[in-house]
Design a protein around this ligand. Sequence first.
Ligand code: SF4
Length: 394
Amino acid sequence: MTGPGARAPDATRRDLLRALAAAGGAACAARLAGSATAIAEDVARPGEGVVAVEEGGLAPRPARWYRKLPEDWVQCGLCPHGCRISEGERGTCGVRENRKGSLFTLVHSRPCSVAVDPVEKKPLFHVLPGVPALSLATAGCNFACKACQNWEIAQARPEQVKSATLSPRGVAELARRHAAPLVACTYTEPTVWSEYVHDVAVAARSLGVRTVVVSNGSIQEEPLRDLAPLLAAYKVDLKGFREAFYRSHCEGELKPVLDTLRRLRRHGLWTEVVVLVIPTLNDSVEEIRDLSRFVRDELGPEVPVHFTRFHPAYRLTNLPSTPVATLERAHDVARGEGLRFVYLGNVPGHRAESTWCPGCGGLLVRRLGMALLENRLKKGACPDCGRAIPGVWS
Ligand code: SF4
């Protein structure tokens, strides 16, 4: 590994304790129905926007982004699947249902996971370092990734998970109560619950809280155009850079994701890219190079790219964890192609968790795991050479 990331970490015992504390909070956060109910109950006070706290049952609401077809069919326009749905049936994601010729979302205001995470867990490294993000998810996803870490909720239908009822206003108030300047729509695929994302973002903004989305990027142009002005940042999981991999391991397509990334740039919405590097499947030098060139040429060399370490999960338990050397090779390839902010994830203590100044090479933001240890940025710039660092810093 070359560049500033090559220097050995210098974590103190206190650093490690802080990292463990952050990781512990995140671990609680990710799991699932119990935490959702517990936190929802926390806000179930009169007059604070929470409709009710209950488990089970569906609460359909009219969907947006679809068109009616003859004979009571509908076509969903939310994601590139463009599901054509007959009366009484649901789309691929399992959370949008045709009722008498109209499309309904079954998960608006029905989160199955609600928790407070550090923003570093998303991961968004150039957005308000160290702040807590009120993080929520409903059931549902439009992909079926074999390496999914949240498959228990992402691949579930709404009636298969415990959910609370939490209005958009309730989400915003909950964020305020937990001193979280961000709401993160995350864990599953926010695209398939875009109506809730939209309304949460509007409610959050009215209380001075910003909203970020953690997505696979498989969303159509119109809903993205409607959501983008309401959001502070968008993190896209780029699963790889080969159509064959998207089809065989995600049941999705690469091209629409690349289109989304191009559109995010046009919208001027702060974007970070995460690549889960899986041994033998998407880790070749050629693929990493192609991906890096796409980011450099079409999104810009200052867009952060995170290469994260795979661990066996869900339906991919036959492969080993990604060797750190493979991640470091990806890092070097991306840096060699001119990307300026390349990070490694799931490798606690690695130098490439931190942000280094492309101007003078100095340390800017020091991290350990999900913990922020030090932020030396001054008004979004390097305190040593003054080089501006792109991101959402205030
Ligand atoms: S959001 Fe769901 S119903 Fe709509 S097109 Fe995508 S998979 Fe189909």
